[in-house]
Design a protein around this ligand. Sequence first.
Ligand code: XMP
Length: 512
Amino acid sequence: MQGQTILVVDYGSQYTQLISRRVRENNSYCEVILPSKLNNFKDFNNVIGIILSGGPNSTVNDDSNDLPNSIFEADLPILGICFGMQLICKKFGGTVKGSSSREYGRAELEIIKENKIFENVNKFVEVWMSHGDSVTKISDDFDVIASTKTKSLSAVKMKNKEVYGIQFHPEVTHTLDNGKIIYNFVNKICNSKSEWTTKNIITQQISSIQDKVKEDNVILGLSGGVDSSVAAGILHKAIENQLTCIFIDNGLLRLNEKEQVMQSFKDFNNIKILYVDSSNLFLDRLKGVFDPEEKRKIIGKTFIDVFQSEAKRINNVKWLAQGTIYPDVIESAASSKNAHLIKSHHNVGGLPKEMNLKLVEPLRELFKDEVRKLGIELGIKKELINRHPFPGPGLAVRILGEVKKEYADLLREADNIFINMLHEKNMYEQISQAFTVFMPVKSVGVTGDGRSYGNVLSLRAVKTIDFMTAKPFNFPFDFLEEVSSRIINEVPGISRVCLDISSKPPATIEWE
Ligand code: XMP
């Protein structure tokens, strides 16, 4: 659907997604591809440039990642970052060596030859290095354009082509170029038309959905999370009442979740949201089940049962819409184990084949921040768009062991107090994910003149970029005291509040 494409070739760098996000921030569409696809770069739509990522491999004694001649013959702008630079230099007869003087961390770069990629970057600039191998010799096809004190070959340019190699990482914020290097590559070297804007994405996506779906009906599992909500929003704009959203209440949602979801779509005229209260069915099936994975499986299976039986009641359904987003696609392609595990639990991706529905995934090409911008532009309420992630199995993974309605009710109340207080104190947006966890253990307290004997609750709040690693949020103590006292006073049945200060790893963000 996009006009111009920049290809980001993933050699396994931890920063590949970051590179593509930086390109997108410059309003240019890019796609992450595996090195094996590079040979067929012409299959992609209107490629205007290629970025080769870094990676953990070595080019020393290993030619398996040799670059195809065709990308150089096509005269495309190419930027090799770290490992990518080593590949380019080696391709043209340069030498790469595993050196004893690794560069890791901050380094001062000196730009020694003016050129487009460093336009408006200071002559001396702090950059982020992370490499063991180094290019030690370049062929006559190249000029050195920047060096550090320890390495003379920190950036090179091919003499007669827009082919660049840089040893440091311009995509990370520790490189203090204010984003100019990627900006220059995208805008000044690839001459991007900057067409990848929220408005354009919406227009293009609407016509592509209409072309695909035609007169058929579409169903979508609405969870109240950002992705499925934005998917619903864009589909509704495209096909209006051909879309039916099925919102299943599993009894494990947050307080007032149904009302909030309905409220978020208030301005979407005639959007069909079928609210199905299946809480009794879910809670019945969870009776006596203690094991976290078994709880997840039961919830997943019950979700499918309910979804299937509801879908049967809608005529002429040919399509299932999903809120799959780009990181899911990249991670699945890279076979990231974690991504698979998490996805299989919450998306309706697990729906049985015999439903025979074709997939429509309008957010497949978008990063989370782009999805959020799209949601706001579509008119979905900000409160929903900026919500922290909530797991598919809901409160079931936050009630340790057996799930009971009375536990879920207590947890909902306590969680609501915690989250509201985070909003009141302007902390919510500084935190990536915050929630409370219910422990089925009892502890003694005094309330008024009496003895109480209630359950224990933990607060959990983390900061993270990618949810693969996370750090506990550093709360002011006064705030913690206030939350604790409000929860204990306002939620009878809770007698003690603790704080979870574990990092991930070794802990996970959720408790189960
Ligand atoms: P963990 O607990 O693995 O969580 O550190 C990482 C992120 O994934 C979410 N999560 C889930 N999401 N179904 C989901 O849809 C699940 O079963 C599930 N388990 C964890 C978690 O909330 C966090 O954002």
